[in-house]
Write a protein that binds this ligand. Structure first.
Ligand code: BGP
Length: 464
């Protein structure tokens, strides 16, 4: 069967500054929380590989853009590293960073690849983190200044901006489940972080629109559908709704509807954990919703009613209201330990159509991280990643169905272009269309999936 996509569909991939650029002498970059954490505890990172190594995109971006072109990209998303552009988080702008991002943007455009730029991809400048990071309201002001600087410097050519990538992840990783610096477990702080990220996003959107630049601004959210163990069990259904409010609607509702979900507000009120809301904040959030929604989808969330005893050792936690459900027989990506459930992407797109005004959206990340891909290298030195082609096409079938039913989905970006540095997992799992050989100075080789994607992008269809 043929699966078709509209003309001018955005085909490409996504990446981030901190996971790709690397650090080089005299580049003027300041420390982010990742640079700092790696200096403090390098053993926490897979094989001891830190954020200064990455795929050297800072030096190799021209070569990389030729490869993107070769695999059919018409668009590509990465992020501006706050700590590269403004090394201390606020104040002086680093001229080397301006040169780099200008040249990166111009090179993309000259090669027919539209640059999409995100402003925050988990990479708080360390100077600001020392003052509390997102827990401190002053960070919101610093972020808005940073955003304005980006719009002023690059907004004439960059026409797709995003305020955050997966803002719930710094909440979860930094303040609930310990996989981002500062690695705390403190739900009160987690709530403040989420609130400030939402407020910062609305204020950046307000600033962008006030500048009347020729483009759009949105947010990128990892929308993880919450499926109850048993649809017929009201306790499971209720638990899944609460998980959805904590992890999806906490950002989706303010971003698209300009308001926080009632269920979440009620719970936080009961816990006496509502953040401090200053006069005008809620109006700012109400009046500055997104033009465009990026959707990252990797895995669903399976939920059952709380059965295990509540763990009080760290105070209240979202998990006091539900248990994760380990569904028997689910399909897994064993390397990352994530379930593969293709229909989830269709459910998200249907939800945006039915409940979020059919907002213009696109799939901004979807992908499969695999460890030990060298075992799939053929005689010509190419990685035959048929599993990745199967993963992408399995999801794209559902994207095409959602579009046929009227969902306003404008593109598909795979995570990622070149294999890159996956935070604490460093280079363990590889996600790219293009392999990066760390032992050969980051040598690039297009995988089978890259050539498959090229054909898809050129014809706007595939057969399966
Ligand atoms: C998303 C992030 C990316 C990327 C990807 C893969 O959540 O936006 O930065 O890393 O997930 O996940 P991981 O790198 O943890 O395997």
């Amino acid at each position: 069967m043929q699966y078709k996509f509209p003309e001018n569909f955005w085909w490409g991939s996504s990446a981030s500054g901190p996971q790709t650029e690397g650090r080089f002498p005299n580049d003027g970059k300041g420390d982010s929380i990742w640079d700092f954490w790696y200096q403090e505890e390098p053993e926490k990172f897979f094989n001891g590989v830190g954020p200064e190594k990455t795929s050297q995109v800072y030096k190799k971006y021209k070569e990389d853009i030729q490869l993107m072109k070769k695999i059919g990209h018409n668009s590509f998303r990465t992020s501006i590293q706050w700590s590269r552009l403004i090394p201390e988080g606020r104040g002086t702008v680093n001229p080397e960073a301006v040169k780099f991002y200008n040249s990166y943007i111009d090179e993309l455009i000259a090669n027919g690849i539209e640059p999409f730029f995100n402003l925050y991809h988990f990479d708080m400048p360390m100077t600001l983190q020392k003052e509390g990071g997102w827990v401190n309201r002053k960070t919101v002001d610093a972020y808005v200044e940073f955003a304005k600087t980006c719009f002023e410097l690059f907004g004439d050519r960059v026409k797709k901006w995003f305020t955050h990538n997966e803002p719930v992840v710094p909440v979860e990783g930094g303040y609930l489940y310990q996989f981002h610096y500062p690695n705390e477990i403190d739900m009160r702080k987690a709530v403040i972080v989420g609130y400030h990220e939402n407020l910062a996003s609305a204020k950046a959107i307000e600033a962008y629109h006030a500048m009347n630049l020729p483009g759009e601004i949105g947010i990128i959210l990892n929308l993880t559908p919450s499926y109850p163990r048993d649809e017929a069990n009201p306790e499971d259904v209720k638990a899944a709704k609460i998980a959805d409010a904590f992890f999806n609607r906490s950002f989706l509702d303010p971003a698209v509807k300009g308001e926080f979900p009632e269920e979440l507000v009620t719970i936080l009120k009961e816990l006496d954990m509502l953040p401090e809301i200053q006069a005008g904040d809620l109006e700012t959030i109400k009046n500055n919703t997104v033009d465009l929604l990026g959707i990252n989808y990797y895995q669903p969330r399976r939920i059952k009613a709380k059965e295990t005893p509540i763990d009080h050792s760290h105070g209240p936690m979202p998990d006091d209201y539900f248990d994760n459900y380990d569904m028997p027989g689910k399909k897994m990506n064993p390397y990352r330990g994530w379930e593969i459930y293709e229909k989830g992407i269709y459910d998200i797109l249907t939800n945006t159509r039915e409940n979020y005004g059919n907002i213009p959206c696109f799939i901004s990340e979807n992908g499969m991280g695999v460890e030990g891909e060298e075992k799939y290298i053929n005689a010509d030195g190419q990685i035959e990643d048929d599993y990745r082609i199967e993963f992408i096409s399995g999801h794209l079938k559902y994207v095409s169905q959602a579009i046929a039913e009227g969902t306003n989905c404008l593109g598909y970006h795979m995570w990622t272009c070149m294999d890159n540095w996956s935070w604490m997992n460093a280079y363990k799992n590889r996600y790219g269309f293009i392999a990066v050989d760390l032992d050969q100075d980051g040598k690039r080789t297009i995988k089978k999936s890259g050539y498959w994607f090229k054909e898809l992008a050129e014809t706007n269809q595939f057969e399966a």
